[in-house]
Design a protein around this ligand. Structure first.
Ligand code: HEC
Length: 136
């Protein structure tokens, strides 16, 4: 008679223990990306994700990834980060001129977009603002 009570309790215990582990495993084996055919419902979802990413653009880490290589040390005469004397003559050209050189490059040494190939024009403007603000 006792066994009839113990068995269900034992099974409930197993489920309670197994559940969180199973969720973890399911989360871990999720595929990394999804293929989406243009014009289908998932395409709309993808676009939402992209614009959310753009809003989340992280100026500081993008600077570190793309611009710091040259602008921290002054490689090839690049104006150094937070060095007002090196930025002052450039700032006096006006922000539009600086945005333009950052987006299109200032040949031969400053590459177009500072080699941040996934940066939009607005992202490059934000990076330029960040560098100019640090040098004021
Ligand atoms: C490969 C090295 C290199 C990288 C990477 C780089 N720069 Fe530059 N940058 C330079 C050099 C060199 C100059 C100075 C060019 C000159 O005066 O001829 C410069 C100049 C500039 C200027 C001033 C332009 C002007 O008109 O005076 C801005 C703004 C600028 N860079 C922004 C950026 C941004 C934003 C990034 C990252 C997205 C970046 N740079 C990445 C080398 C680099």
């Amino acid at each position: 008679m006792k066994n009839f009570f113990i068995l269900p309790i034992f099974c409930m215990g197993m489920t309670a223990v197994a559940d969180p582990g199973e969720d973890d495993i399911i989360a871990r084996i999720q595929k990394v990306g999804t293929v989406c055919i243009q014009g289908t419902d998932c395409a709309a979802t993808e676009q939402t994700t992209t614009s959310a990413d753009a809003a989340d653009f992280d100026v500081v880490s993008s600077y570190e990834q793309s611009c710091a290589t040259c602008h921290n040390l002054g490689v090839a005469g690049a104006p150094r980060f937070a060095e007002p004397s090196e930025w002052e003559p450039r700032i006096s050209k006006g922000m539009e001129a600086l945005y333009n050189s950052a987006i299109n490059g200032l040949l031969p040494t400053m590459p177009a977009r500072g080699m941040c190939f996934n940066c939009s024009d607005d992202d490059i403007r934000a990076l330029t603002d960040y560098m100019v603000d640090a040098a004021r």
